[in-house]
Write a protein that binds this ligand. Structure first.
Ligand SMILES: Cc1ncc(C[n+]2csc(CCOP(=O)(O)OP(=O)(O)O)c2C)c(N)n1
Ligand SMILES: [Mg+2]
Length: 253
């Protein structure tokens, strides 16, 4: 290494994780997806799992996750990521297999796959981006949309009598014997991002030691769908989402 490179390296305070591909992400400014991608890329590299990690990408805003994190990926049909992950982790039991899913993907169209994979205790990690809305398709109500929350399909706010209750899928997953670790985090602050990273790391360790299904929910913002600026979206999340989806561990075996 040349002296100028050594000096550059020593003065480095921050850099893009090596596993994040050098392409522009299509996410809106302020979206939580990019932050979570970065944390996954860091965890995989730090754990030396680059050649042993398989991601299952969803249908939703994160459909192009395979373009951003340089590990192996398989694209699943909408909601079917846990079923695809099941097959891959059984075929390659030494690999760490994770799904990356939104609330529409994981808790609406894929509810059956989600619950049964977790109930079987498949040795997989589920990373669940709960932004309380269908971000990709234009901001329709999701199962996790809050009561009173305005979306494209609940323009006057979600009503229990008309639209039912928000589905606490993570709480349900924590009750299943197949899950070994269920946690709810957020990446709205540096401390939150650090905690989320630690949670992803723990989940990956569980997969390596074959403890069962780990679930990391990340309560997230969708400033485009919520029609709020990135800053206001974070505030709205803290004031409203955290009341209904409190952060912390739901299950640690
Ligand atoms: C079988 C099928 N049904 C419906 C759709 C339309 N669709 C695409 S993404 C999406 C919802 C995505 O929402 P979510 O999983 O919460 O992800 P986000 O975009 O919010 O990150 C829907 C309903 C589809 N692509 N395929
Ligand atoms: Mg969503």
């Amino acid at each position: 290494m040349e002296l100028k490179d050594i000096i550059k390296e020593e003065n480095k305070v921050y850099s893009k994780p090596e596993l994040l591909d050098d392409v522009h992400m299509h996410y809106c400014p302020g979206c939580s997806h990019g932050v979570v991608h970065k944390l996954i890329a860091e965890v995989v590299a730090e754990m030396g799992l680059t050649e042993k990690t398989v991601g299952i990408s969803p249908v939703g805003c994160a459909v192009f996750a395979y373009n951003y994190i340089d590990v192996d990926w398989v694209e699943a049909a909408h909601g079917r990521a846990p079923a695809v992950a099941t097959a891959i982790s059984r075929l390659w039991p030494e690999d760490v297999v994770f799904t990356y899913q939104g609330d529409g993907d994981m808790a609406a169209i894929g509810t059956a796959e989600t619950i049964h994979a977790a109930n079987r205790g498949e040795n997989i990690v589920m990373i669940f981006i709960n932004n309380a809305i269908y971000g990709m398709t234009g901001g329709q109500m999701a199962p996790t949309t809050l009561i009173g929350q305005k979306t494209a399909t609940t323009p006057y706010g979600r009503r229990v009598d008309l639209n039912g209750h928000p589905l606490e899928i993570t709480d349900i997953l924590a009750t299943l014997p197949g899950t070994c670790y269920v946690t709810r985090q957020a990446v709205h602050t540096p401390a939150g991002a650090r905690k989320t990273k630690a949670a992803i790391k723990k989940a990956f360790e569980n997969a390596l030691t074959k403890k069962g299904t780990s679930v990391v929910e990340v309560v997230s913002t969708c400033n485009s769908g919520w029609k709020l600026s990135p800053v206001k979206a974070n505030e709205w999340m803290e004031e409203n989402m955290f009341k209904h989806y409190p952060l912390g561990d739901l299950k640690v075996d």
